[in-house]
Design a protein around this ligand. Structure first.
Ligand SMILES: [Zn+2]
Length: 492
């Protein structure tokens, strides 16, 4: 009888649990089966007990590949980027003296228009997707352009590189330049339907992972301003007939955008009401930015179980504003983080986490400059702690994508979408204890076995904080999606 190969990773694990807590586990054995799913996780196993533990699990040498982590390394779930624009990556670091609407006209639309040329798409998309993977993003929500054929190229490349992703063809049939606009709403819909069919034809994913699609189509009206009523009505019908379809769009990013939207949709009570009136707010909808939501809009977003993608880097760069994420969290709204390239200047979720921290700090300083005790809410007007940043970048993002049963944390039954992080070059380098029973991640930092046992959590917390605030893709040693190695510095 064929016995599937099991890969067992051995080392320290950092794993989000709630918005305010995460596990730090040393001596962890994580068993990943041939389909890339996690079979089991055992904590606190000494080096000398590994073989015995595997035998207790009924595993013999021939069945198992053991991968011990090296000093300064730990495993964590991969990042979930809930909002970014693949075709804007060439514009990264460009146009940050502009605000949103001018920036779109002068920088973004001209760049995206280049993707009319399918050969251009074939030329630039591979390195773009590799950049996101190298940054540790295992699941990414991509906006494409309006072009059907180039979006197919984008889907092909993401699929071939093995990243998990939501990919959307932009709908935009008004208020766009003549060189970058869809000719009609009917063409926009027919191209959208063709793209959805194409992406679904790529499933069920790589041949060695049957039945588990890695790429999902996502309906992507650019934003209300760029869509006619006719187009939004057609999208309403499309998503009503197919509740599996994800939806992504922008909302309340910039005050001029909010004002213009109100002018275009005078019958709607507010911006969120525009999308709601076209059936676009539901539990698999992702709204990017959401800086300027009114109280009634927050209630509506919560009621519809919509997820918000917090894009703080972009919000700073384009001077859009600071989203009150702490308030949204206290209201129970699902929140993830987005790099929003090229409003954001980095494809790395580490940068998104840092800027989410800074954004929350600015909110705290503005609203509570004396740092007085706050009576109401865990998050409102407070700096987001490390646990919250980790949660938003992983599990929170998975919730926003409605993939949290499968990804976002490392647990038995979930997919092994994970990173091996190596902070050896940015962590402290005190005496090597030379104790084989010390967890490898801790060897370089600790001095005695007893101190490791008593302070392993503090050390791992320190390694995570170093990674989040000082790390970059050089610290991403391995990137796994569905158990398969697809990137990282160890990936040739
Ligand atoms: Zn965006």
């Amino acid at each position: 009888m064929f016995t599937p190969t099991i890969t067992v990773y051995y080392g320290s694990l950092i794993n989000p649990t709630t918005l305010t807590s995460y596990e730090t586990i040393t001596g962890c054995l994580i068993a990943v089966n041939a389909h890339g799913n996690i079979d089991w996780i055992i904590h606190d196993v000494k080096d000398s007990s590994i073989q015995e533990t595997l035998l207790q699990k009924g595993l013999f040498d021939a069945d198992v590949t053991i991968v011990p982590l090296q000093e300064g390394q730990f495993i964590m779930p991969g990042f979930v980027d809930t909002h970014t624009h693949a075709p804007q990556v060439p514009n990264t670091g460009t146009g940050y003296q502009s605000e949103l609407l001018d920036w779109l006209e002068n920088f973004t639309f001209p760049m995206e228009a280049n993707f009319q040329d399918v050969d251009f798409a074939k030329q630039v998309y591979p390195s773009i997707i590799k950049k996101f993977i190298a940054s540790g993003t295992t699941t990414c929500c991509y906006y494409g352009t309006l072009h059907l054929e180039s979006n197919k190229v984008l889907a092909d490349i993401v699929h071939s590189l093995g990243q998990r992703a939501l990919i959307g063809k932009c709908n935009m049939d008004r208020n766009c330049p003549s060189y970058y606009i869809e000719p009609s709403s009917s063409r926009s819909i027919s191209d959208t339907q063709a793209f959805i069919s194409y992406v679904r034809s790529l499933a069920p994913g790589p041949s060695d992972n049957p039945g588990n699609p890695l790429i999902y189509p996502v309906v992507t009206p650019r934003f209300a301003i760029s869509c006619t009523n006719e187009l939004l009505s057609s999208l309403k019908t499309l998503v009503h007939l197919d509740t599996r379809l994800h939806i992504q769009t922008h909302i309340s990013e910039n005050l001029k955008e909010v004002e213009y939207t109100k002018e275009l949709y005078p019958d709607c009570e507010h911006y969120a009401g525009v999308y709601d009136s076209y059936g676009l707010l539901r539990n698999n909808t992702i709204l990017a930015h959401a800086i300027w939501l009114q109280e009634k809009e927050i209630d509506l977003v919560k009621e519809r179980e919509v997820g918000i993608s917090h894009c703080p880097t972009s919000n700073f760069n384009l001077r859009s504003g600071i989203a009150p994420i702490g308030k949204y969290l206290d209201r129970g709204v699902k929140i993830g983080l987005g790099t929003d390239v090229s409003g954001g200047f980095s494809a790395s979720m580490l940068v998104a986490m840092r800027n989410a921290s800074i954004a929350s700090t600015v909110v705290a300083l503005q609203n509570n400059p004396t740092n007085a005790p706050i009576k109401e809410g865990k998050f409102t007007n407070r700096q987001l702690p490390l646990a919250t940043l980790l949660y938003l970048a992983t599990k929170g993002g998975a919730e926003v994508c409605v993939l949290d049963q499968q990804i976002g944390s490392l647990e038995p039954g979930k997919s092994f979408d994970a990173l091996i992080v190596d902070v050896s070059n940015i962590s402290s380098t005190s005496k090597w204890p030379g104790d084989s029973d010390v967890d490898p991640a801790l060897r370089k930092i600790s001095t005695t076995t007893s101190s490791v046992r008593s302070s392993s959590r503090a050390i791992l917390e320190g390694l995570l904080e170093k990674f989040v605030f000082c790390g970059d893709d050089r610290n991403v040693f391995a990137v796994f999606v569905q158990g398969k190695l697809i990137g990282g510095t160890s990936y040739a």
